[in-house]
Design a protein around this ligand. Structure first.
Ligand code: SF4
Length: 150
């Protein structure tokens, strides 16, 4: 499943399709409701295997080259730290390529959202951990501009 990340353009189209499919359901969504709880399971089952999702509840995958920033050992959400090794390895886990190096390279292959990697991200809101990022985004809990209204 992780190989899918090598096809960021395909994932970008899947994101757009999911957004269009879920948009009409916005009025029935509330955080903690039965639909939201079902979507938490759905996110774990889909985004877990594909992106190694950590269920932060504020998904910015489409703005980070379909690369989960929470898989960075320092959980950097606004680009790499200053410790990237010369070979592109992570400062904390040298055997791992820097998440942000991958994010940048993948974002260059994304037609619609590739430029959004330059957007400044707000601090992560830990209160949203283990909730549905889809519901949070659709109901405006993440304060995400554009998103489901775009
Ligand atoms: S950004 Fe958050 S919700 Fe999105 S894949 Fe990463 S941990 Fe999961």
């Amino acid at each position: 499943m992780r190989l899918l990340q090598s096809s960021p353009r395909l994932l970008e189209m899947a994101y757009l399709s999911a957004r269009a499919a879920l948009k009409p359901a916005r009025r029935w969504l509330r955080s903690g409701g039965i639909v939201a709880r079902a979507l938490v399971v759905g996110e774990r089952l889909t985004k877990g295997p594909i992106f190694d999702c950590r269920m932060c509840g504020q998904c910015i995958l489409h703005q980070t080259g379909m690369t989960c920033p929470m898989t960075c050992p320092k959980e950097m959400r606004n680009g790499p730290c200053g410790g990237v090794r010369l070979d592109g390895g992570c400062e904390i886990r040298p055997e791992m390529t820097c998440v942000w190096l991958e994010a940048w390279e993948r974002s260059r292959r994304m037609e619609r959202f590739g430029g959004e990697i330059l957007r400044l991200q707000p601090p992560v809101d830990r209160r949203l951990k283990d909730t549905s990022a889809w519901v949070n985004e659709m109901t405006g809990r993440t304060g995400e501009p554009g998103g489901w209204n775009g």
